[in-house]
Design a protein around this ligand. Structure first.
Ligand SMILES: Cc1cc2nc3c(=O)[nH]c(=O)nc-3n(C[C@H](O)[C@H](O)[C@H](O)COP(=O)(O)OP(=O)(O)OC[C@H]3O[C@@H](n4cnc5c(N)ncnc54)[C@H](O)[C@@H]3O)c2cc1C
Length: 384
C-alpha cells in the first residue's frame, strides 16, 4: 500500500494549480460570476495545455492518463476557484460515454475537439417528471428510415444552451419491461432542427455554467449517432456515473480544501480581543475537524479513482466518495463563512461563493440520498 502520489501525479497537480493561479484575476472571476458567463478563454487555454480530457487516450486527443490524474486536476481547479473549477470540469460532461461506447468514427469526430477545449459537451438524462428515477423516460426516439426522431423534454442540463454535442438518453422501446431495458443514448448536435434550449435561471450557485431545459420537437438524428447497442443506454449511463461521480466528488474535495485554505489564512491574520482568531481554542478545534474530514474525503475519492484505474470500478466506493465529499464540502464552507464573521458573507471574500457552489455536489449526478441507496444496495448485495 502506498499513500503517496507519484512524482508525475504531483507534477500534474502542481501544474493545474499554477495554471489557474496564473490565469485567475479576482476581478475577472467576479465579473464572470456576475454576468453568469462561462470562462471560454480559460477552457481554450486549459485545452491547449492538455488539462481537458487528460484521461482520454492520445489517439483521441487526450494525454493518456487515468481517472486519478483527472481527479487531481479537478480538485486543484476547484480548490483555486469553485466557479471556474466546476465550469471547466463539466465542459466535457458525458464525453466519456462517447469514449466508452462510441464507434471509432464518433470518437474521432467528437473527442479531439473536446480535448482541445474547442467543443463543449452535455449529457441529458433528467426530465421534468423523472429525476432520481430515470428507469422510465418520457423522451422517445423512434426509428424512421435511416434516422431516429426524438420527442420530449430534458431539464437541468449543464451546458444545455452552449454545448456543441449532447448525449441524450431516450426511450427507444416503449414496451420494454422494466422500462430501462428499452433505453438508448443518441448524440445530438447543436442546431439540430427542432431542438430548443431554454436557460433555467437564476440559480443558487455555479453561475458560470449554463443550466437549461432542452425541448426535442421531432429532432431527426442519423441512426449512426446511436451510441453502442440499441436499448443498452441505461446500463451505459450507470456505467458512466460510476466514474463521473468521482469527478463530482473531486469538485467537492477541491471546494472543501479551498475554503479550508481561506479559513486558515483569515484566522491566522484577523485579530479580536488582542489575539489572532486562530488562537481561540474553538477556532483551532474547528480547523482540526475540517482538516480531518477533508483528509478522510480525499482518501475515499482517491481510492475510488484508483479502483477505476485498476479496471475494478466499484460503484459502492464511488457513491461513498461522492456522498461523503459533498457533505464535507458543504459543512466546511459553512464553517469557513462562520470563521470569517461578517466578511464571510461578503462576495469579495469568496467563501460565500464556494458555499453556494458546494451545495450542487450533493444534488447533481444523483442526490446524497440516492448515493446512500446505492451504497446500501451494494452492502446488501442487491443490484438493479
Ligand atoms: C445545476 C444543476 C445541474 C444539473 N446538471 C444535469 C445534467 O447535466 N444532466 C442531467 O441529466 N441532469 C442534471 N441535473 C439534474 C440532477 O441530476 C437532478 O436534479 C437530481 O438527480 C435529482 O432529481 P430531481 O431534481 O428530479 O429530484 P427528485 O428525484 O424529485 O428528488 C427530490 C428529493 O427526493 C429524494 N429522493 C428521490 N428518490 C428517493 C429515494 N428512492 N430514496 C430516498 N430519497 C429519494 C431526493 O434525494 C431529493 O432529496 C442538474 C441539476 C442541477 C440543479
Amino acid at each position: 500500500m502506498n499513500f503517496e502520489l507519484t512524482e508525475e501525479q504531483q507534477d500534474i497537480q502542481d501544474a493545474a494549480g499554477a495554471f489557474l493561479q496564473g490565469e485567475l484575476d479576482k476581478d475577472k472571476v467576479l465579473q464572470l460570476e456576475k454576468e453568469h458567463a462561462f470562462p471560454r478563454e480559460l477552457l481554450t487555454k486549459a485545452g491547449k495545455l492538455g488539462f481537458m480530457g487528460i484521461h482520454f487516450p492520445e489517439a483521441y486527443g487526450g494525454q493518456g492518463y487515468g481517472i486519478m490524474e483527472n481527479i487531481l486536476v479537478v480538485e486543484e481547479f476547484c480548490r483555486n476557484d469553485s466557479g471556474v473549477g466546476i465550469a471547466l470540469s463539466l465542459a466535457d460532461f458525458s464525453s466519456e460515454l462517447i469514449l466508452k461506447f462510441g464507434s471509432e468514427e464518433q470518437k474521432k469526430k467528437y473527442l479531439p475537439p473536446i480535448c482541445r477545449g474547442e467543443m463543449m459537451s452535455a449529457g441529458a438524462y433528467t426530465e421534468p417528471d423523472h429525476g432520481s428515477d430515470i428507469t422510465t423516460l418520457g423522451t422517445t426516439a423512434v426509428k424512421d428510415g435511416d434516422d431516429y426522431v426524438i420527442n420530449g423534454t430534458k431539464t437541468f442540463i449543464t451546458n444545455g444552451s452552449m454545448a456543441d454535442v449532447v448525449v441524450v438518453l431516450c426511450q427507444t422501446d416503449p414496451k420494454a419491461t422494466p422500462g430501462y431495458r428499452g433505453q438508448s443514448t443518441l448524440i445530438v448536435e447543436k442546431g439540430a432542427p427542432g431542438l430548443e434550449a431554454l436557460e433555467i435561471a437564476p440559480k443558487m450557485g455555479i453561475h458560470m455554467t449554463s443550466t437549461a431545459e432542452l425541448s426535442f420537437n421531432s429532432v431527426r438524428v442519423p441512426a449512426n449517432r446511436l451510441l453502442g447497442v440499441e436499448n443498452k443506454g441505461f446500463y451505459q449511463v450507470l456505467n458512466f456515473f460510476d466514474e463521473s461521480r468521482i469527478e463530482i466528488a473531486a469538485q467537492a474535495l477541491g471546494i472543501a480544501q479551498g475554503v479550508f485554505d481561506r479559513a486558515l489564512s483569515y484566522t491566522t491574520t484577523r485579530e479580536q480581543f488582542g489575539k489572532k482568531i486562530s488562537d481561540f481554542q474553538v477556532t483551532r478545534h474547528k480547523l482540526a475537524d475540517m482538516a480531518t474530514r477533508i483528509d478522510a474525503a480525499r482518501l475515499l475519492v482517491y481510492r475510488a479513482a484508483w479502483h477505476c484505474d485498476q479496471g475494478r470500478v466499484d460503484s459502492k466506493l464511488t457513491s461513498m466518495a461522492k456522498m461523503f465529499a459533498g457533505r464535507v464540502a458543504v459543512e466546511a464552507a459553512d464553517e469557513a463563512i462562520q470563521m470569517h464573521g461578517g466578511y464571510g458573507y461578503i462576495t469579495e471574500y469568496e467563501v460565500e461563493r464556494f458555499y453556494r457552489d458546494a451545495k450542487i455536489t450533493e444534488i447533481y449526478e444523483g442526490t446524497r440520498e440516492i448515493q446512500k441507496n446505492r451504497i446500501a444496495s451494494a452492502l446488501l448485495a442487491k443490484s438493479i
